[in-house]
Design a protein around this ligand. Structure first.
Ligand code: NDP
Length: 284
């Protein structure tokens, strides 16, 4: 039977660590602050934004909320970002995605000062990640690494297979595993003999977006499995990209869905807010 990696507990531990460091900063007269921008009324985005604001409250981070109408012109959003970039009291800027169709997401993400880019999506921070020098790392990928390390699994020298190569999950996860001295193979929809490649994995990260895609016959005994997938099934329940029932008996460690990678994203966002604040105050 596999050890189930408890993402809820690990994310709470991280938020508690952030909370403690925020108290120390406040003792020095520094108050970390995150600006959260939501454009439109996408219900899922509204939930994400609410959860991010709650996490800020928990950690003692001030949050500024900007809820703009769906019709907001791109120029107006860019002007808001410009003013937040210049505001020394604001340490992090988060623009909730997706944005309405008339707004160019790439343009918006590029406009955020890389020092305030707490999502870690700005090409400057992605570049730093690729040379192993990132401080603000994309939250979900960084969360995957924390789950592995805090479970006591040493990445050094391990064969790591990442399934998926998206810019927000697969690619950065691969770069972070490499920075931890893993031997990394990043796979995708054109990979030949995917099952054979996956069976080589000591550590397998699934970020595909297809429910229960990774099955027991695709993994070897003793594997550590990190399931990034979040898929809604017909019965309304959530499931991952890994078929938990057939993979778990072979795995040594495995994340559940929900309760694995999911809660880590916001915890790592809090950590990035703290890091951004420390950087802007010359503390790192
Ligand atoms: P994308 O759709 O952007 O990328 C999916 C990747 O999977 C692509 O690289 C694609 O390959 C690859 N893929 C698709 N089909 C196959 C296949 N048959 N065999 C091998 N590879 C395949 O998804 P994301 O990376 O954005 O998200 C992945 C999952 O993670 C989703 O379920 C999403 O909901 C979840 N997610 C969870 C988060 C969290 O907080 N826990 C945050 C972000 C995402 P190709 O490039 O060739 O098309």
């Amino acid at each position: 039977m596999a050890n189930i990696i408890d993402g809820k507990q690990i994310s709470t531990d991280i938020k508690n660590e952030v909370q403690k460091e925020v108290i120390e900063l406040k003792d020095k007269g520094i108050e970390p602050c995150l600006a959260v921008i939501l454009v439109g009324e996408n219900p899922a985005s509204q939930v994400y934004v609410r959860n991010k604001k709650r996490a800020c409250e928990y950690c003692g981070i001030k949050s500024l909320s900007y809820e703009l109408p769906e019709s907001t012109p791109e120029e107006e959003l860019l002007a808001l970002i410009d003013s937040l970039n210049l505001d020394p009291a604001c340490n992090g800027i988060l623009v909730q995605l997706p944005l309405p169709g008339h707004i160019d997401e790439d343009k918006v993400l590029l406009r955020i000062d890389p020092k305030k880019d707490v999502d870690g999506f700005h090409p400057y921070n992605v570049g730093l990640l690729s040379i192993g020098k990132a401080k603000l790392k994309a939250c979900t990928p960084a969360g995957c690494i924390e789950l592995i390390k805090r479970s006591g699994v040493d990445i050094t020298g391990k064969k790591c297979v990442v399934v998926g190569r998206s810019n927000i999950v697969g690619k950065p996860v691969g770069m972070l595993l490499l920075a931890e001295n893993g031997t990394v193979i990043t796979t995708h929809s054109k990979t030949k003999d995917l099952a054979g490649v996956c069976r080589q994995a000591d550590i397998l990260v699934a970020a595909i977006g297809k429910p229960k895609f990774i099955t027991g016959d695709m993994v070897s005994e003793g594997v550590t499995v990190i399931d990034v997938g979040i898929n809604r099934m017909e019965n309304g329940k959530l499931c991952g990209d890994v078929d938990f029932d057939s993979v778990e008996p072979k795995a040594e460690y495995i994340t559940p869905v929900p309760g694995g990678v999911g809660p880590m994203t916001i915890a790592m966002l809090m950590k990035n807010c703290l890091t951004a604040c420390r950087m802007q105050n010359g503390l790192e």
